[in-house]
Design a protein around this ligand. Structure first.
Ligand code: ADP
Ligand code: MG
Length: 383
């Protein structure tokens, strides 16, 4: 059992990162009676604007971290690239959940894949590339492969498909010779993810498996429950729980999987709530952000059960631009509000950019196929 006393309202919680995931955490924490301070260097960050206080500073601004540590009872994060040194520094004063050790595994694709290999977790073939020498003697069956920068990649950025060692070398140099992983490109039956929460005591609650469709490397549609074989869903949930335990994880964690040739492969982990878990806000007894608050505060986790099937559709900045028009136009949201079992979430971002996640909607229904049909129709209608 955890020896730390529960943190109760009206305590102030700290959030490192000001994106939409942080904003939903702020909403959940507010609903539960807490105050939230958000640290983010962007004056218009979605979470910062919803918070009780937005500390406008860089993540390695120690005066800002001191301020946070003085007021906040505990701190968490909403994106994996918070420097481990920042988490370690705050941990000297207040609980930091998840901790730097777990976050740093998820920050670097080489460390992450090595963690999977060392723990006997199923993963695709890969090579760590730290210098051009590592490109010698690559096995032919690694190709076609995807070269990914080890750090700071997201939404398919910093990735390129290569068909042989010469192309891999060219792409490695194009990325400036920074550390990369080269992974075999799997032929995918589908992709799924598991979001879970783990308490300091070690108890884990696992959300239903989500089935994910990507467009141009960005999550597009997420369907829960995933329409996959029951045995695979059980295995995915078990693997995710095992990963959380091995990481000594406290908080909300997401694990992305590939299904290829009927078998599961771990793709990557995210040490935070996940885009594919957004639907839990609208379809589950306790959502992924409430679990993050609960785990952070040392409260028992809530029931993760879904009361509806749900289909979540991301709304990217592209929607703001009509063909042949350079100016951004607000989409006609009344089209979505006309669907009674649809819930629209907009993040209040100031600038719509192509590929930028501006919002999402979730369609709930007792039947997953009906939810999918309605969600896709709504997406076509909005443009
Ligand atoms: P990100 O951090 O951008 O989410 P991912 O490694 O999850 O990076 O890659 C984004 C998407 O690209 C995946 O969800 C999948 O659709 C595709 N992808 C990535 N790696 C592979 C692979 N090894 N084989 C097949 N598809 C892949
Ligand atoms: Mg991913």
């Amino acid at each position: 059992m955890s020896t730390i006393d529960a943190i109760l309202p009206p305590a102030t919680l700290g959030m490192l990162g000001g994106g939409q995931l942080g904003r939903f955490f702020v909403h959940a924490a507010h609903e539960m009676g807490y105050q939230v301070w958000v640290l983010d260097p962007d004056a218009n960050s979605p979470a910062g604007r919803a918070a009780d206080r937005h500390i406008l500073a860089e993540y390695e601004d120690f005066a800002a971290l001191d301020l946070m540590a003085e007021t906040c009872a505990a701190v968490t994060t909403e994106f994996e690239n918070v420097p481990a040194g920042t988490l370690d520094y705050l941990a000297k004063f207040i609980p930091v959940r998840p901790g730097a050790a777990a976050v740093s595994v998820c920050q670097n694709r080489i460390v992450e894949k090595t963690f999977l290999a060392d723990n006997g977790l199923p993963h695709g073939a890969f090579r760590a590339l730290r210098s051009v020498d590592d490109l010698n003697d690559l096995p032919d069956d690694l190709f076609p492969a995807i070269l990914k920068v080890a750090r700071f990649g997201y939404d398919g950025k910093g990735q390129v498909t290569v068909h042989d060692a010469a192309q891999a070398l060219h792409a490695f140099n194009e990325f400036g010779g920074e550390a990369c992983v080269l992974e075999k490109r799997l032929s995918l039956d589908c992709e799924v993810s598991v979001v879970l929460a783990r308490e300091a005591s070690g108890s884990v609650t696992v959300f239903p498996v989500a089935e994910n469709r990507h467009r141009h490397g960005i999550l597009d549609v997420s369907i829960t429950p995933a329409r996959v074989d029951d045995a695979l869903a059980v295995q995915a949930r078990q693997l995710a729980e095992h990963i959380a335990t091995q990481l000594g994880y406290v908080g909300t964690l997401a694990v992305e999987f590939f299904i290829s040739g009927g078998a599961l492969y771990v793709n990557e982990m995210a040490p935070r709530p996940h885009n594919s878990g957004h639907a839990t806000i609208d379809a589950n007894v306790t959502d992924q952000y409430m679990q993050q608050v609960r785990a952070l505060c040392g409260l028992p986790l809530g029931l993760p059960r879904a009361h509806s099937a749900a289909v979540m559709v991301n709304l990217l900045g592209d929607l703001w631009y009509r063909t042949g028009d350079e100016r951004a136009h607000e989409p006609d949201w009344s089209v979505l509000h006309a669907v009674p079992n649809l819930r629209l979430h907009l993040y209040g971002k100031h600038h719509a950019r192509a590929g930028r996640k501006m919002g999402h909607f979730t369609v709930v229904d007792t039947d997953v196929e009906a939810a999918l049909v309605a969600a896709l129709a709504a997406r076509t209608a909005i443009g």
